[in-house]
Design a protein. Structure first.
Length: 427
């Protein structure tokens, strides 16, 4: 049976209460100051909050365990020819050290505490404003760390590697294993945002929305199963989340063009019934981490660059110099670098998507729609990825023109303009 006496190794928790609370209030003229300002039936104030629980991802807790010994072995064969490999030869191979995946049996269900407070106001002309504060806290989130690593600098101490004949796996705390990917449930996150929206309901052939979000998302890991770089310092992973966007503006509209011809003849069928649609996005860029080569002496990774001095961004950005690469260097051996997580912002989105539809009624039940759609309509060049991986030959050295390589260069762009036509039959 299971080592802890529980089915499936997991200590089940049946006390996950999930309360909700909410309110909605429309001030009237007798509601004091708010009533005198907004007590005309055009304002609503709403708020609420609650506890929410996330499911446990099966790939992380269950399916990964199917690769553990004795179910799966990956033998290392040191003799024989490739064309002679067979069960007998493989059976004589070395079956250790091996890697493992496991999880904390006392794990808790990932939990989100969420709340909101907002004001909705009718502005007239079928237009309304919605402004809200949204917040949440994530607790008991999944992350992974390698239990079989060493403190910083261990393998760099004089005589340590020589004592084990340079066999690094002989230094691991749990002998006979390489990495032990252990899932724990202590990750945290938080999100705070101002979300505003101006909406015009459909009237006189036009409807549209203007959406703006000013937000901050902080986390230790971005998703289930993400590993932390250095097993003994989880706090080092706390910072802006990979999905954080400071400013997000999205505009969408639908406009039924006026009919230039009132008749229902052939000219009217061709020139009337056109509809213009659009989606425009101005989004801030995602964060990025500046990594570095190096040897932390821990049998693990997670090395980031050292910030030395100077402005991170040049006065004038270019495709080759998105940021100032000479402000960084490789950390000394046995060191993880002094940079935090996600210290850069990659390029954002500036995109216009426009389309033109033509609706034609053929019979009482049959309609035809012609669609002319463009994406990145103005063919605006939008940088996307940037090389943020530093590689310098000498420990503790700064980046130079000779060692920079493609570090700091834009290495990808978003899609160029594309145009498509379509014909849709509705019946």
């Amino acid at each position: 049976g299971p080592a802890n006496g529980k089915p499936g190794y997991w200590n089940w928790d049946y006390k996950n209460l999930s309360p909700r609370v909410a309110f909605a209030w429309a001030p009237n003229r007798t509601s004091g100051l708010l009533g005198s300002l907004f007590g005309n039936g055009k304002t609503s104030i709403r708020g609420g909050g609650g506890f929410f629980y996330e499911r446990i991802r099966q790939n992380t807790l269950n399916f990964d365990g199917l690769g553990n010994p004795p179910l799966v072995y990956t033998p290392t064969v040191y003799a024989g020819r490739v064309d002679e490999i067979g069960p007998a030869l493989v059976g004589q191979g070395v079956r250790f050290p091996v890697g493992l995946s496991s999880f904390e049996p006392e794990g808790q269900i990932p939990t989100v505490y969420s709340w909101s407070f907002g004001v909705q106001r009718e502005l007239g002309r079928r237009t309304s404003l919605d402004a809200s504060y949204i917040g949440n806290l994530g607790r008991h989130l999944l992350y992974r760390r390698d239990l079989n690593t060493l403190p910083l600098g261990t393998t760099l101490r004089p005589g340590v590697l020589a004592a084990v004949n340079n066999t690094t796996n002989a230094l691991r705390p749990y002998l006979g294993y390489t990495g032990i990917n252990f899932t724990e449930f202590g990750g945290v996150s938080n999100y705070n945002a101002l979300q505003a929206r101006i909406t015009r309901r459909f009237a006189q052939g036009f409807t549209g929305n203007f959406n703006y979000t000013w937000s901050k998302a902080m986390a230790e890991v971005d998703n289930d199963g993400t590993g932390i770089g250095y097993a003994f310092d989880r706090k080092r992973e706390y910072g802006p989340a990979g999905y954080d966007r400071t400013h997000v503006v999205t505009i969408d509209f639908v406009y039924e063009l006026p009919k230039p011809i009132k008749s229902e003849g052939a000219a009217g069928k061709i020139l009337n019934g056109w509809q213009l649609n659009g989606i425009t996005r101005f989004w801030g860029g995602p964060p990025a981490t500046i990594t570095s080569n190096g040897n932390p002496g821990s049998l693990g990774g997670g090395v980031r660059a050292n910030y030395l001095s100077g402005d991170i961004f040049p006065a004038e950005q270019s495709r080759r110099n998105f940021f100032n690469v000479f402000a960084f260097g490789r950390p000394p051996e046995g060191n993880l670098g002094n940079l935090g997580k996600y210290v850069l912002r990659l390029p954002g989105i500036n995109q216009w998507d426009l389309s033109l539809f033509k609706n034609l009624r053929v019979t009482e039940r049959v309609n035809v729609q012609f669609r002319f759609e463009t994406f990145n309509t103005f063919n605006h060049t939008q940088w996307s990825g940037v090389n943020t991986g530093l590689s310098v030959p000498n420990p503790g050295a700064a980046v130079t023109e000779a060692t920079r390589g493609s570090f700091g260069e834009v290495n990808s762009t978003r899609d160029p303009r594309s145009i498509q036509f379509g014909l849709k039959l509705l019946f």
